[in-house]
Write a protein that binds this ligand. Sequence first.
Ligand code: SAM
Length: 271
Amino acid sequence: MESAPYETYTHGHPSVIVAAHARRTAEEAAGFLLPHLKPGMRIVDVGCGPGSITTGLARYVAPGEVLGIDSAAEVLDVARRHAADRNVANVRFDAASAYALPVADASVDVVYAHQVLQHLADPVAALREADRVLVGGGYVAVRDADYGTMTHHPHDPLLDRWLEVYCAMARRNGGEPDAGRRLLEWVTAAGFTHLVATATTWLYADPQARREWAELWANRMTLDHIVARAEELEISDHSELAAIAAAWHSWAAQPSAWFAFVNGEVLGRKG
Ligand SMILES: C[S@@+](CC[C@H](N)C(=O)[O-])C[C@H]1O[C@@H](n2cnc3c(N)ncnc32)[C@H](O)[C@@H]1O
């Protein structure tokens, strides 16, 4: 078990963000893992957030059990409700750190983490902790965005500025927003073998998808805690962040608006 390094989860858990995360599915977010799942397997979903992916994974391994852990206890109530509403009984949720999983050595078959390693100050330590709890031959499966691949059209310099501000803040909070390209390096450093790296894109190019994506970022960048942190770090200020939010809405309203980026994915096995 490792002690936790300094880091702050940049987004926090306001309802607008939790609701967006709760729309994610195991089929989309863990497509690279699903073919390897079998009934009876035990999974830990690290940084499970509102648990929609966790609950989805539980269906693939029943009667095996899935444990979702997250350092934020408040989001786990949403996760528990999500599972209960769908009558999924082989999933439970505990507040815990990615650096100290509440499970015994060599006791689970899969450790999964989606959009989590990018927020960690020491992702390799978290992956070593995953290694501790996995049985021999068990799977680690991680997926993270790579902000450096984010591209939009029609071009708006305020959206370039958005990317600069977000990435600067995420790094000062201890994370690495270009995590997608580093997953292979991190999983290798943690000692996993049989590595398979893949990449999938997220594209926002129809009116509803780009409106939701733009609303999410416009809301995020004007949340009180984000504005306060940007000002404290002297990365941006209230008026620039308001302009960035307005730019997101203007971009999404254009009929040809297009936004895409790469998610890195790595599947590995405990040697
Ligand atoms: C971007 S959300 C992803 C949630 C979920 N995996 C999904 O994709 O919908 C990242 C989650 O990781 C959690 N998290 C961040 N740092 C953590 C840590 N050190 N240990 C456990 N959870 C952590 C946050 O609280 C947050 O719920």
